[in-house]
Design a protein around this ligand. Structure first.
Ligand SMILES: NC(=O)c1ccc[n+]([C@@H]2O[C@H](COP(=O)([O-])OP(=O)(O)OC[C@H]3O[C@@H](n4cnc5c(N)ncnc54)[C@H](OP(=O)(O)O)[C@@H]3O)[C@@H](O)[C@H]2O)c1
Length: 353
């Protein structure tokens, strides 16, 4: 039987992706939707401005939008709220015994909150056992990273494992859907590049080092690499592209770098429905990856890497692309939930003895 789930922030860009990705999901069924006071009390079909290229499922359109309170909500909650709202609401759901699988930055860097990409640091999920909500009600918060950190970290993980990384330089070209709806005004972005996304560079830097860090008891020791991120908004609908340079701790040849990506299949055998068979796909063509052509690789869950070449400042440079609202948001949270199921941490959320 499928487990019932709820979505907080269900009418937003990421909330809509949740609904799209959960349609016909083998393990989860959407049973409860919540959003702001603007939407609650209406049906979902009335409240949402549906922006995806697949039809809004009729069953979902008829569901009521509930107030964003835990009363009557299922015990598994996917959350797609702005950070300020998440900071206030997510703890209420965790305290009420819900497993909150969050997209927001509000708790990502909190010591006892796991920040997880299943292929990268599944072992960090044990941090939920240190959360006071877990002890008191069985509830907890698990987060996935910022949409620009996910593609980068997927590409770096197999490299750091084999060769170590001492320095990371990244410059992003981020899609407008990353700013939610209606997001960046068209007058600001059409024919333009905006070289500023509030707090994005800080998030990318600290989250990347936490994700690639080592779990030591109940602490994550961040990766000890130097890092600098430049974040830019560009006139692309979906898909974040990133130019990356890295300095390795040990020398690696081009063939060794390519083998690290090709052989990176850490979830093989777990049979998680949303996991891509090949989380990092390398394209040899000299002008790829490109957002329009490559963002849907692995059903939007793969990071696509190309243009691997020596770097005049550091050791190697390359381009990585990932879909920001699928792999960078709703798909990331869904994969985290599937991993939690496979680890027995979403069985009717029980208060540990
Ligand atoms: N877009 C991306 O690519 C992306 C990627 C990774 C992470 N994220 C993160 O995911 C979160 C959601 O992003 P988004 O792009 O989906 O934002 P969005 O399009 O602005 O959607 C925000 C959602 O939150 C709801 N909401 C607003 N105020 C609320 C309140 N007081 N109580 C309850 N619900 C409230 C909205 O409901 P109404 O419709 O009723 O206003 C809407 O459903 C953010 O933290 C964002 O940083 C986004």
């Amino acid at each position: 039987m499928r487990q019932q789930i709820g979505i907080l922030g269900s009418t937003g860009m990421v909330g809509q992706r949740f609904i799209q990705l959960l349609e016909n999901h083998p393990w989860f069924e959407v049973a409860w939707l919540a959003a702001s006071d603007r939407s609650s009390g209406r049906t979902y079909g009335e409240a949402v401005r549906w922006k995806l290229d697949t039809p809004l499922p009729a069953r979902i359109a008829g569901l009521p939008v509930s107030p964003a309170t835990p009363e009557g909500a299922p015990k598994i909650i996917f959350a797609a709220l702005d950070a300020d709202i998440a900071r206030e609401l997510e703890p209420k759901f965790a305290a009420a015994g819900c497993a909150v699988i969050s997209n927001s930055s509000a708790f990502r860097m909190q010591q006892d909150v796991p920040l997880v990409i299943p292929e990268v640091n599944a072992e960090h999920l044990t941090l939920v056992e240190n959360q006071s909500w877990r002890r008191e009600s069985g509830g907890y918060i698990v987060t996935n990273p910022n949409c620009s950190a996910i593609g980068l970290v997927l590409a770096l993980k197999p490299i750091v494992e084999r060769f170590g990384i001492d320095a990371i330089f990244v410059s992003t070209m981020q899609a407008v859907s990353g700013a939610g709806y209606p997001g960046v005004p068209s007058m600001d972005i059409l024919g333009n590049v905006v070289p500023y996304i509030k707090n994005e560079e800080e998030k990318m830097q600290e989250e990347t080092l936490k994700l690639l860090g080592r779990l030591n008891g109940c602490l994550v020791e961040p990766l000890g690499a130097k890092m600098s991120a430049h974040c830019n908004r560009v006139a692309v609908e979906d898909g974040h592209t990133e130019s990356v340079s890295i300095k390795l701790s040990r020398r690696a040849t081009r063939d060794e770098m390519l083998a690290a990506w090709a052989q990176f299949t850490p979830l093989a055998g777990r049979d998680l429905p949303t996991a891509p068979a090949q989380p990092v796909e390398f394209i040899p063509a000299e002008d790829r990856p490109q957002p329009r052509l490559d963002r849907m690789r692995g059903a939007g869950m793969a990071a696509t890497v190309g243009r691997l070449r020596p770097c005049g400042l550091l050791d190697w440079k390359f381009t990585v692309l990932s879909h920001n609202t699928i792999r960078g948001a709703a798909g990331a949270a869904l994969l985290n939930a599937e991993l939690l199921v496979s680890l027995g941490k979403l069985d009717p959320v029980a208060v540990p003895a």
